[in-house]
Design a protein around this ligand. Sequence first.
Ligand code: ZN
Length: 62
Amino acid sequence: MLDEKIFIDPVCKMKVKKPNEVEMQMLSISYENKIYYFCSHFCTAEFIQNPSRYVNAALIEE
Ligand SMILES: [Zn+2]
């Protein structure tokens, strides 16, 4: 199967595809055993600042 899953960026709520290997370092965070994907490093940085706020938002989206 193709890996075309869509994820919700928990910071800005944009739909994002799983980043490629190059982007993975910058656009994904593993937090409390769950992986979150982001549209840009700005959102990644924002998530790092206040993860608990955005984790809750991500859960609602799912
Ligand atoms: Zn974003």
